[in-house]
Design a protein around this ligand. Structure first.
Ligand SMILES: C[S@@+](CC[C@H](N)C(=O)[O-])C[C@H]1O[C@@H](n2cnc3c(N)ncnc32)[C@H](O)[C@@H]1O
Length: 407
């Protein structure tokens, strides 16, 4: 997602006024190396902000929200429930936002979710879920059916997911949970695996899932106290994924943790994997003008460390391929996967897809239904899509859809 999308942790920066961007030399060099035009960033004041209205409240809420935000809501014709508003309008102070009737999500992010073509009853995995705007949209599309698993490696960012899901009252939908760590397979509810215990390293200490509560356990509070005292803002993450249970009908309450969490095995994933997988991979975020704008407040000098460090970019390219491989492994045969990043570079998009396709002959690129009428262009590999501020009036986003063929 566009990292500027509404999440409690990001909101402070999001409220800062927009400004034209004096790009630093190191970033200009990065753009030059990747064949990207710095003029893209001059559009920062004209790209609209996008909001999504909770389905069901749409028609009666529009005029109410318009008078609250003191601006017109422009319906995005190709994307249900999405509206464009002027970029300078802030939504966080509005009642509609606070009551969970709207949230900020870029139109290109909405397109990535539509590309996944989620159907009621699907079991869906969102592999890089935080802060969670796409997770919310996925939950909306599933309604009370199927299951949704959100995974993210950063525990503190999962707190933002948790808050978003609660706020939009999506948390009580069936089988909605958030996990931490990608080295585990989190079995969808159609899994036919019997006892996991013999095949896993997870000790069955008998612990079971109970109904989720926002209150942190005594153990967790102690851990974070210790981490704070040691100068670390976040407690160290545990190796066991964190699962958060939201509703009585999730089917998880009373189930042993060791029966749900298990180290992933390729064979199991093929027969009982997810119907749909989203890999919205960690990237340099260079396609998000709003994200790049934030460096004005963070300090341009932090960009070297956070974005441009060569070692970091190398690691990132490796991580992106690994995330894609991991997502594909957890996809069932016949299922589809969407790989997206908000970077505009070929290295983080087409090159990752090319390397992946060479390694996995059972993966095939698919055209995205309906994309002909979207304001985007083709990537340099056929069937992939690219959104960018100039073409789409959205944040930059690369979208590739893959299906898993029988091997
Ligand atoms: C582009 S953001 C995802 C945005 C999210 N899909 C949304 O729409 O709100 C990428 C996320 O990947 C997470 N991440 C980085 N490395 C990861 C890993 N090894 N496994 C899972 N998530 C990872 C980051 O913590 C970050 O939250």
């Amino acid at each position: 997602m566009d990292p500027s999308e509404s999440s409690p942790s990001d909101r402070k920066e999001e409220e800062q006024p927009a400004a034209s961007l004096p790009l630093p030399a190191a970033f200009l060099e990065f753009l030059g190396d990747n064949g990207l035009d710095p003029m893209l960033y001059s559009a920062s004041d004209t790209i609209p902000r996008y909001i999504r209205l909770k389905p069901g409240v749409e028609s009666r809420m529009v005029s109410e929200i318009e008078s609250e935000l003191k601006c017109e809501l422009w319906k995005v014709p190709w994307l249900p429930n999405f509206y464009a508003i002027p970029p300078e309008v802030q939504i966080a102070g509005s009642k509609a936002y606070q009551q969970g009737k709207i949230y900020g999500i870029d139109a290109a992010s909405g397109a990535a979710i539509l590309a996944l073509d989620v159907q009621p009853g699907d079991h869906v995995l969102d592999l890089c879920a935080a802060p969670g705007a796409k997770l919310c949209m996925l939950a909306d599309m599933l309604g009370n059916t199927g299951s949704l698993t959100g995974v993210d490696v950063a525990k503190h960012r999962l707190a933002a997911c948790r808050t978003m899901l609660q706020k939009y009252s999506l948390g009580d939908r069936s089988r909605l949970f958030v996990a931490n760590g990608t080295f585990f397979s989190i079995l969808p509810s159609n899994s036919s695996l019997g006892s996991i215990e013999e095949s896993t390293g997870i000790k069955d200490n008998g612990s079971i899932f109970s109904e989720w509560t926002s209150k942190r356990s005594w153990k967790e509070r102690q851990k974070s106290k210790k981490a704070k005292a040691a100068g670390s803002p976040h407690p160290p993450s545990t190796s066991e994924p964190e699962l958060i249970y939201y509703g009585k009908d999730s089917g998880l309450v009373g189930v042993r943790k060791c029966d749900v969490l298990c180290p992933s095995a390729d064979v199991d994933a093929c027969t009982s994997g997810y119907d749909k997988v989203l890999v919205d991979a960690e990237c340099t975020h260079d396609g998000s003008i709003k994200h790049i704008q934030k460096f004005e407040f963070w300090g341009w000098e932090t960009m070297d460390r956070r974005v441009l460090d060569a070692q970091r970019i190398d690691n990132l390219l490796h991580l992106q391929l690994r995330l894609l491989i991991n997502g594909f492994r957890l996809l069932k045969t016949g299922g589809s996967l969407v790989y997206s990043t908000c970077s505009l570079t070929v290295a983080q998009n087409e090159d990752v897809i090319r390397q992946f396709l060479l390694k996995y002959p059972s993966a095939e690129l698919q055209s995205v239904d309906g994309a002909d009428s979207w304001p985007c262009r083709s990537g340099s590999i056929q069937k992939t899509l690219r959104f960018d501020p100039g073409t789409s009036q959205t944040s930059g986003l690369f979208v590739a859809k893959l299906i898993k063929l029988p091997s």
